[in-house]
Write a protein that binds this ligand. Structure first.
Ligand code: 4AD
Ligand code: MG
Length: 450
């Protein structure tokens, strides 16, 4: 007999499959014991975040004493019948035979008992927390997001380029990087990459539309709810594209993936709304319907300068759009996602193309309410002379960029690109407050369990 999944049981119409003999496996979430001697066990099997109730009659338990011990976290196989509860119309399984695949000897030591656990507590058990509905929901949404990103880009004829993780170059110019100890191996200093962008740019000069989706490493000592030392980024480069083009593609990507998530993960979204005490999915609909405010840095500057007194930090031209400002703009002033363009060059890396005024860059950041920056992108400087000037201005070692400069020397082409933080976008979609709960195995300062 083949196993049936909980998802299938819930999907099957009430009139079919009911009363047939079935076999199902699962992990016990809860157990209850009624005064009449009946056992009720809720099981999950990874296919649905709604558990199903298994009913075990007194008679059966009498013949099989071990059944009484079954508890949260145990793995079991059940043979039985599906019936519909006459009162609440819910499907249930009446057990005829139970096999125990995995038991827990010291039940009171099991960290993921059926009571409520805080997120901080769960983080201590990143190997066991996947068993919670919360992490199950987030993981399934993450799966849809990554799959739909590939899907969208493949449909639009982008080529996936796997850029290297070990590198000798700092893409952003002034990043804190994780240094690889084994200098002898490559006979030079090497690091874990902070962005695959520069490598990706080598392929845009041949394949026209390229992307990369992989892990990124940053050694900044950022102990915030938005920073990880290891996170995932989607990076895109498009030849002959200008700033507007990459803004549009960003909007399209966010809209497409959000739609897919609503379609494939409604159950999980519902669970997370309840978990985070949110009423509706308007915030996701804003992405689907592309409701963004597009505004230049200089106009943002006017807005915040007027409100100077409400911010803790000093407001000056050339400052970064920090947390405090992001929050004010997205949750109070506009109450929508915003796209800020044309930042002052001092806030941005050497590779960005400048506007004619030489003061601002042809760049954009997309900022979401409660999450902050999720996408950063720009036109790339394709003129070798200006690029060299930028490298010098930022006090970077020009020699190190020899191969990147070759791209401009030999048949250069105007192009633009962007980077999207996967976990930041997931924070927004799932409504979770801390990025450490978004990635399967979080790494952040002073924290790497195994
Ligand atoms: O703005 P960033 O640093 O841009 C780049 O690295 C470019 N080279 C990307 C490109 O144009 N190809 O990072 C891009 C995005 C940010 O907007 C943010 O969403 C995310 O990556 N990000 C982080 N996510 C989690 N933890 C961190 N420490 C992050 N730093 C950046
Ligand atoms: Mg950025």
């Amino acid at each position: 007999m083949k196993y049936i999944t909980i998802k299938k049981i819930y999907k099957t119409k009430n009139n079919i499959k009911i009363n047939n003999n079935i076999k199902i496996y699962g992990w016990v979430k809860n157990k209850r014991y009624s005064k009449l001697g009946i056992y009720f066990i809720d099981i999950k099997d990874g296919t649905s975040i709604k558990p199903i109730q298994v009913i075990i009659k007194k008679k059966y338990i009498k013949n099989n004493k071990k059944i009484k011990n079954i508890n949260t976290g145990w793995t079991i196989i059940i043979k039985g019948k599906i019936k519909v509860n006459k009162k609440n119309k819910k499907k249930e399984i009446y057990a005829k035979k139970i096999n125990i695949l995995g038991k827990i000897n010291k039940q009171n030591k099991y960290p993921i008992s059926s009571k409520y656990h805080s997120l901080e507590y769960l983080r201590k058990f990143s190997h066991l927390r996947p068993r919670t509905y919360l992490i199950e929901s987030i993981s399934k949404i993450r799966n849809t997001l990554i799959y739909s990103l590939h899907n969208y880009l493949q449909k639009k004829n982008f080529y996936l380029i796997s850029t290297p993780i070990i590198t000798s170059l700092d893409t952003e110019g002034h990043s804190k990087m994780f240094k690889i100890k084994n200098k002898k191996f490559f006979n030079k200093n090497t690091y874990l990459t902070v962005s695959g962008q520069l490598n990706l740019e080598t392929y845009v000069c041949s394949l026209f539309k390229v992307y990369n989706l992989g892990p990124i490493f940053r050694a900044e000592n950022s102990n915030t709810n938005k920073h990880l030392a290891e996170f995932w980024m989607l990076e895109i480069e498009i030849a002959l594209a200008n700033l507007n083009k990459i803004i549009n593609i960003s909007k399209n990507i966010l809209s497409y993936c959000s739609k897919k998530i609503i379609k494939n993960n409604y159950e999980e979204i519902e669970f997370l709304l309840k978990y985070n005490k949110k009423k509706n999915i308007d915030y996701i609909l804003n992405l689907i319907n592309k409701k963004f405010i597009k505004i230049k840095y200089k106009d943002i500057f006017k807005i915040i300068k007027k409100k100077e007194n409400i911010f803790k930090k000093k407001i000056y031209w050339g400052m970064d759009i920090n947390n405090e400002i992001e929050k004010y703009l997205t949750t109070k002033y506009f109450k929508l996602p915003i796209i800020i363009t044309n930042y002052p060059i001092e806030t941005k890396p050497f590779y960005m193309k400048k506007n004619k005024n030489n003061k601002t860059a042809l760049c954009m950041d997309i900022i979401l309410p409660n999450v902050g920056e999720i996408i950063g992108g720009s036109e790339r400087e394709e003129n070798i002379k200006i690029l060299d000037k930028n490298i010098k201005q930022k006090k970077l070692k020009i020699k190190k960029y020899w191969w990147y400069r070759d791209l401009r020397k030999y048949g250069t082409i105007p192009h633009s690109g962007l980077g999207l933080g996967i976990e930041r976008l997931l924070m927004y979609i799932t409504n979770m407050n801390n990025i450490r709960d978004i990635i399967p195995f979080p790494r952040y300062p002073k924290y790497l369990k195994f």
